[in-house]
Design a protein. Structure first.
Length: 81
């Protein structure tokens, strides 16, 4: 539900594809947007889950760092780049 509510980028992507493709390649362009959106949703969620709580999951690297006090800082910093 939240992803659907915060889905403003998809409209922009579709508008760009509509302007960037020819009528002959329009179906492939819009199909590529859908495929990339789906892959990005899966990879993004997986990466965020992997990077969450690094002090608990990878204590040798992150024990006693700022990531111990703020367990979700690493996925937020990673997604901001």
């Amino acid at each position: 539900v939240v992803q659907g509510l915060l889905n403003g980028n998809q409209g922009v992507a579709k508008a760009y594809i509509g302007d960037a493709v020819t009528p002959k390649t329009e179906a492939a362009g819009f199909g590529m947007v859908a495929v990339c959106w789906g892959i990005g949703s899966v990879i993004g969620a997986s990466a965020g889950g992997f990077l969450a709580r690094p002090a608990v999951n990878m204590p040798r690297l992150f024990e006693g760092t700022i990531f111990h006090r703020h367990p979700y800082l690493l996925p937020c910093l990673t997604s901001s780049f």
